[in-house]
Design a protein around this ligand. Structure first.
Ligand SMILES: Nc1nc2c(ncn2[C@@H]2O[C@H](COP(=O)(O)OP(=O)(O)OP(=O)(O)O)[C@@H](O)[C@H]2O)c(=O)[nH]1
Ligand SMILES: [Mg+2]
Length: 354
């Protein structure tokens, strides 16, 4: 499970109270009713020990603790405890308003935390309402209810590089050849049914590589498994586009899949891509290499020719990926965008007299 909708509510504010001083020989003591405590806030925070969203199968609704009512002698009620909901690294937090989803936070770093619902303010005790005309006010206000929101938690892989390509082209074989990942490999389509991750070391550099499985024509319409997984590729910086050297229409394969990405999201097709022709160890592919090379040459595309099985061409390919990652990184270290801060508005029911 990597996407879930939950309801969250800030704690309600405690009520203000009506109290009067009762002392011996002071028949008309003034008001002493204290304010209610504020309700607790709800936060969503990254937690190292949480790996998935399975916990939310059982529990879908969360509310922080409410504030306590005020007390006599002008005492404030206690503030409600905050609630911190723990999620794995890589969770996107979206606010659902009607059918629209607004991104509140992309929790892609350890220690990140976002405020998602504010507790209601405590009500005012009658100490606040004494005037020269009314020195014994019998009024206090109720605490505000906490803010309530529908929140979508969407867990996405954090990979620098995504391997895309039609089924059976050798994506898993490539991932296994350059990292310690052990994805299932077999000679039929849709062997990989979940994105697989591996860490690649190139000299002193490392990056995270992910196989994005199940892409077919019409993936953006939900065909194959691809639509489910394309969102994992959204955060990658570079795409490795793997083609099967045996394919009779290798250029069409490339442009069709690219078109598929653009239909899913135009930004996806804009990502830097490395075109990789796999399975060059096979004699039938060997025989076609000059022809394939020429096809890409006329399009001005630099293609990498590899065999994920014999590992031919892999070190050049990985060096190119590192180079491209560095290029993307250099481009991205411009002035930082200001952090968006989400300040949910509680539903107002203020000033209701008790
Ligand atoms: N000869 C040869 N066969 C390869 C090469 N790379 C992969 N294969 C074979 O191609 C078949 C599919 O490989 P996978 O790595 O499972 O392909 P995939 O793209 O991950 O496939 P799905 O996960 O099913 O989409 C397997 O039988 C592999 O052994 C290669 O470089 N040369
Ligand atoms: Mg696979």
């Amino acid at each position: 499970m990597d996407r879930v909708e939950i309801m969250i509510g800030g704690g309600d504010g405690g009520d203000g109270v009506v109290r009067f001083r009762h002392e011996k020989f002071v028949p008309l003591g003034g008001p002493t009713g204290g304010d209610g405590g504020d309700g607790g806030n709800v936060y969503i925070a990254v937690d190292r020990s949480t790996a998935n969203l399975d916990y939310f199968r059982r529990k879908r609704s969360f509310k922080a603790v409410s504030g306590k009512s005020g007390e006599k002698q002008k005492k404030h009620g206690a503030k409600g405890d905050d609630l911190v909901i723990k999620v794995p690294l890589g969770t996107m937090v979206l606010l659902k308003e009607d059918e629209r989803e607004v991104l509140l936070a992309d929790l892609s770093q350890q220690g990140q935390k976002v405020l998602v619902a504010k507790g209601g303010s405590g009500g005012l005790g009658n100490v606040h309402f004494a005037t020269s005309r009314n020195q014994a006010p019998k009024i206090a206000t109720k605490g505000e209810p906490g803010g309530e929101h529908r929140i979508v938690l969407d867990l996405r892989l954090i990979a620098d590089v995504g391997i895309i390509g039609y089924p059976n082209v050798g994506k898993s074989t490539l991932l296994a050849a350059v990292s310690k990942a052990k994805p299932k490999i077999a000679d039929y389509p849709f062997t990989t049914r979940e994105p697989a991750l591996g860490v690649v070391e190139v000299g002193m550099k490392t990056f995270v590589l992910a196989e994005i499985p199940g892409l077919v024509d019409g993936a953006h319409l939900g065909r194959g498994l691809g639509h489910e997984f394309l969102r994992h590729a959204e955060r990658t910086k570079v795409l490795l586009h793997v083609l099967d050297g045996r394919s009779p229409a290798i250029i069409d394969d490339m442009s069709n899949l690219k078109g598929e990405l653009a239909l899913y999201k135009p930004e996806m097709a804009q990502k830097p891509q490395v075109v990789v022709v796999n399975k060059v160890d096979l004699p039938e592919v060997q025989a076609r290499l000059p022809e394939i090379g020429q096809l890409f040459g006329t399009l001005g595309i630099k293609a990498f020719f590899i065999s994920a099985i014999t590992k031919q061409g892999l070190s050049e390919l990985m060096s190119e990926v590192v180079r491209m990652l560095e290029e993307v990184q250099a481009r991205c270290t411009g002035p930082e965008e200001p952090m968006a801060i989400f300040r949910p508005k509680p539903k107002v029911r203020r000033g209701k007299w008790i």
